[in-house]
Design a protein around this ligand. Structure first.
Ligand code: CA
Length: 233
């Protein structure tokens, strides 16, 4: 099935360049020059696999758009495009629910690789399960349902993005094991991911807000100083 991608960027040459290249790699692409248009497209069209959001847009900016999309949709993959000087944007972008970010100027082939990687992770194209894998894994008060891709805490479902779910899946498969950041990055973002390991930390911070009773003193996603993280159910 062709991947469906939404490209949101007001600068026509950039938007068209991205869209053209995505179409050349067999994606089905819709373009929006504003956040408002993007929201209309999301509402009326078939579900998108990935949305690429530029930060600087007239009217509603890319961050607000990302937050608005996430309020209703956890399954779409979101990549934020920000200008080079906006270092802080990256962190902000990820804490509001983006899965990945790229800084301008960026290479189109790298963007395509990231779209590809993100599509593999989002629900509709989830990797095939082997028959040995249990559908439901229990860990203390938590349960992870692979079929519905939902995490439960004391039987209450927790709203997670696909990337957050995959991190949890990795934790559940490696219970009690200290996992180095690079390993988490490789396991969730893929071996050929170009980004840096900070993306792991921001996703962990977000996960803690969602699953810990007291995110500032986590009892489940434990920090292993100078190394990475360890899951305790
Ligand atoms: Ca722009």
């Amino acid at each position: 099935m062709a991947k469906r991608v939404l490209v949101v960027e007001d600068e026509a040459p950039i938007r068209e360049l991205i869209s053209l290249n995505l179409r050349l790699s067999d994606c089905q692409v819709d373009e929006a020059e504003s956040a408002e248009k993007a929201l209309t497209l999301i509402e009326t069209n078939q579900p998108y696999d990935v949305a690429i959001l530029d930060v600087m847009l007239p009217g509603m900016n890319g961050f607000s758009l990302c937050e608005t999309i996430r309020r209703q949709n956890n399954s779409i993959g979101i990549i934020i495009l920000s200008a080079k000087s906006q270092e802080q944007d990256k962190i902000q972008g990820l804490s509001i629910g983006a899965d990945d970010y790229m800084t301008k100027p960026f290479s189109v082939s790298e963007l395509l690789a990231r779209v590809e990687a993100l599509c593999r992770r989002v629900g509709r194209t989830a990797p095939e399960q082997t028959s040995q894998q249990a559908d439901r894994i229990q860990s203390g008060i938590f349960a992870l349902d692979r079929k519905s891709r939902i995490l439960y805490k004391r039987d209450q479902p927790i709203d997670l993005t696909q990337v957050e779910f995959q991190i949890m899946e990795l934790f559940f498969e490696n219970q009690g094991t200290a996992m180095v950041r690079e390993k988490i990055l490789e396991g969730v973002w893929g071996e050929n991911y170009f980004g840096d390991v900070k993306i792991v930390d921001v996703n962990i911070r977000r996960l803690r807000m969602k699953i810990e009773d007291e995110p500032s003193s986590p009892q489940h996603i434990l920090t292993v100083w100078g190394y990475g993280y360890r899951w305790k159910g």
